[in-house]
Design a protein around this ligand. Structure first.
Ligand SMILES: [Mg+2]
Length: 218
């Protein structure tokens, strides 16, 4: 075994913003109100974070005049949104390449079990990595050390060897890496500033493939 690579999902392996944009454009077109797409995208976030889905969908229903109960929209959200997730071919190739070289790979995602599972299935991720661990399924979230221990175990590895965490979240992913003594590789797709109050990542990349190459070429 060459080492263990722990990978975040949203905004790391997949550009969630791009998936959201496609969904918003479709909803706006169906509503006959193209200009509403920008509102939908803005409404996705609250105070810089992804808004609670119940609050998001209740706002969307109100704005679009949908009369479907929010709990039904919420139940259907994994199908409406997560099923659209696709891996870019270059990302699939990078994962396959690392696996061929003898790295163990595990996706570690914070989020609701059903929503994240829908994404994992849509991307066929379980055939590309050794395991996928979702916080909503195990009751522990990044940056807790415990979720990384479970991920390592499910991938047939442990945290004592060479470990890398690739992710976009400075606290959950890069802070989590620091907690387990791993190299935190920050994926910064949108050119954000690193929060100055936090210890810096081991390295920064604008795309996940570059982070994977950093590891596999090392
Ligand atoms: Mg993320």
């Amino acid at each position: 075994m060459r080492g263990l690579i722990l990978l975040d999902l949203d905004e790391t392996l997949v550009d969630r913003e791009a998936v959201l944009r496609v969904w918003a454009d479709e909803v706006a077109t169906a509503a006959g109100e193209p200009s509403i797409a920008e509102w939908l995208i803005a409404h996705d976030r609250q105070d810089g974070k992804v808004r609670q889905r119940e609050s998001f969908l209740s706002g969307v229903a109100g704005r679009l005049g949908w009369d479907t109960p929010v709990e039904d929209l919420l139940a259907n959200w994994p199908n409406m949104f997560g099923s659209r997730y696709r891996l870019e071919p270059a990302v699939s190739e990078a994962l396959t390449h690392a696996r061929t070289l003898g790295f163990r790979l595990c996706v570690v995602s914070n989020g609701d079990a059903q929503r994240q599972r829908a994404k994992v299935e849509a991307m066929n991720l379980e055939n590309l990595v050794h395991a996928c661990v979702i916080s909503g399924e195990i009751g522990v979230r990044k940056p807790s050390r415990r979720i990384f221990e479970i991920a390592a175990q499910r991938a047939g590895a442990d945290l004592t060897g060479d470990v890398w965490v690739i992710g976009d979240d400075p606290v959950a992913d890069i802070g989590g890496a620091a907690q387990i003594g791993a190299h935190g590789l920050w994926v910064n797709r949108n050119g954000r500033d690193w929060p100055s109050e936090l210890p810096p990542p081991h390295a920064t990349f604008s795309q996940p493939v570059a982070a994977m190459e950093h590891i596999t070429a090392g």
